[in-house]
Structures are given as structure tokens and as C-alpha cells.
Design a protein around this ligand. Structure first.
Ligand code: CTP
Ligand code: MG
Length: 231
């Protein structure tokens, strides 16, 4: 059954889904690879649509797959589908340009984080609503991290207590994200990085283990396990 979005919601969610998935190995674009028999993108959109504040979802699909993605998502939720770009940043910019007037909060969420719980979408949006201009979900770093130089020689050990692993959805006041993209230079892999360059403070909220990004085949196997376990 098609989910209903909230016409009085204040959140637009942009879903960059135009990547190839090179690290996952040969096959379809990553967002269309199957997890429990359904594309990663379907899982991601279903969970976004289940978040109560979501008014609009815009998906940036591989240019050759726009019509196929429209058909794929029609039974899942009402979504706008645009063609993505060569870099993630261009895909996000294309999706941002397609957000209709209304929502004051914009979240950017990787299709590859297919099992992200709706509660994380809501907690990031709530922190923006509470007054933070930019919000990212983070987890503590569990491994010791070392900086390594030429010849695989260790240069030093980084203080782990000051490090965080960053996930999506990342949330922004709409005007803040639009200004950051308008001023963007070299492509970055996350939107908070663009906003940081504008001097805007970025606030961290607790992330979720279930928001893992499917990047390599190990992650896909883990996601299969989590889905079968009911997540
Ligand atoms: N993405 C996008 N447009 C691009 C590149 C990436 O919309 N030109 C999206 C991906 O579809 C993914 C998210 O950005 O949902 C995070 O990117 P990543 O995990 O790096 O996915 P891919 O770029 O597809 O994977 P890889 O880097 O292994 O090719
Ligand atoms: Mg990539």
C-alpha cells in the first residue's frame, strides 16, 4: 500500500541514489541492488515515509533509471524523482532544486543506508526544529585510528575520544543548505562538510547502528541479517 506523507509536515528528505556502487562489485546501480528481494532504495524510502514529519521525498536516481525508479517507488510512497549527477554533491543539488515551496527543514539521506529507522529521521529533524542550523547523526569510533604516511609507516595515533563516525540523514535549515550548495566548490561526500565551510556550526545527535551504509558485500550480508531479524 502506498504510504501517505504528511501535508502539514515541515520536512523534505533528499535521497541521493544515483551512485554506481563500485565498491559493492559489478551489477546494477547500488540503490537498485536487492536486499531481502527488494531494492535498497525501496527499503530506504519506505522508512523515510514512515517518519511523521515528512512532507516531501525527492530521489536522485541514475539518469538512465529515472522512469524505472518512478515505477518502482509509486507503490511505496509519493516521491519526486530527478536525474542525479556524476558526484554525490551534484545529485543532492539536483534533488534540492526539485523541493516544492513549503518545508523549512531539509534532510539528506543516502539510499545506501537502507535500514535507517524512521525514529532517526525524526530525531535529526527535531534538532533542526529546535534551532540548530545543521545536524548530523554520529556514532563513537570503536577502532584505534592511526595516521599513516608513505611506506605504510605510522605517523601518529589520533585521540579517539574526539572522533565520531558520521551517518545520514543529515538535517539543515533549508536556507542554510541552499546557501552551502550555491557556494560549493570541489565535491565533498557529505553535506555537513559544505555547511562547515560556510562557518555554520554543525550539531551532533546520536546515530543508529541500523543506519549503516551498505558499501561493500560484507555490509550487504549484515543488512540481510538485520532485515531478517525484523529491522
Ligand atoms: N550517490 C549519488 N550520486 C552519485 C554518487 C553517489 O546519488 N554520483 C549516492 C549513492 O547512490 C548512495 C550515496 O550517494 O546512496 C552514498 O554514496 P556511496 O555509498 O559512495 O554510493 P556509491 O557512490 O554508489 O558507491 P561507490 O562509491 O562504491 O561507487
Ligand atoms: Mg561513492
Amino acid at each position: 500500500m502506498t504510504a501517505q506523507l504528511n501535508p502539514r509536515g515541515d520536512v523534505a528528505v533528499l535521497v541521493p541514489a544515483a551512485g554506481a556502487g563500485v565498491r559493492l562489485g559489478p551489477g546494477a546501480p547500488k540503490a537498485l541492488r536487492l536486499l531481502g528481494g527488494e531494492p535498497l532504495l525501496v527499503h530506504a524510502v519506505r522508512r523515510i515515509a514512515a517518519a511523521a514529519s515528512v512532507h516531501t521525498i525527492v530521489v536522485a536516481a541514475p539518469a538512465a533509471e529515472v522512469a524505472a525508479v518512478q515505477r518502482l517507488l509509486a507503490p511505496v510512497a509519493p516521491v519526486v524523482v530527478v536525474a542525479g549527477g556524476a558526484e554525490r554533491q551534484a545529485s543532492v543539488a539536483a534533488a534540492l532544486a526539485a523541493v516544492p515551496p513549503g518545508p523549512d527543514i531539509v534532510l539528506v539521506h543516502d539510499a545506501a543506508r537502507a535500514l535507517t529507522p524512521p525514529e532517526l529521521v525524526e530525531s535529526v529533524a527535531a534538532a533542526v526544529r529546535a534551532g540548530h542550523h545543521a545536524v548530523i547523526p554520529v556514532l563513537p569510533v570503536v577502532d584505534t585510528i592511526k595516521e599513516v604516511g608513505t611506506g605504510e609507516v605510522v605517523l601518529g595515533t589520533v585521540d579517539r575520544s574526539a572522533l565520531r563516525a558520521v551517518q545520514t540523514p543529515q538535517g539543515f535549515r533549508r536556507d542554510v543548505l541552499a546557501a552551502a550548495h550555491a557556494a560549493a566548490g570541489d565535491p565533498l561526500t557529505d553535506d555537513a562538510g559544505l555547511v562547515e565551510k560556510q562557518g555554520v556550526p554543525v550539531f551532533c545527535v546520536p546515530g543508529s547502528e541500523y543506519a549503516l551504509k551498505v558499501t561493500r558485500s560484507f555490509d550487504l550480508a549484515l543488512a540481510e541479517y538485520l532485515l531478517a531479524a525484523g529491522h
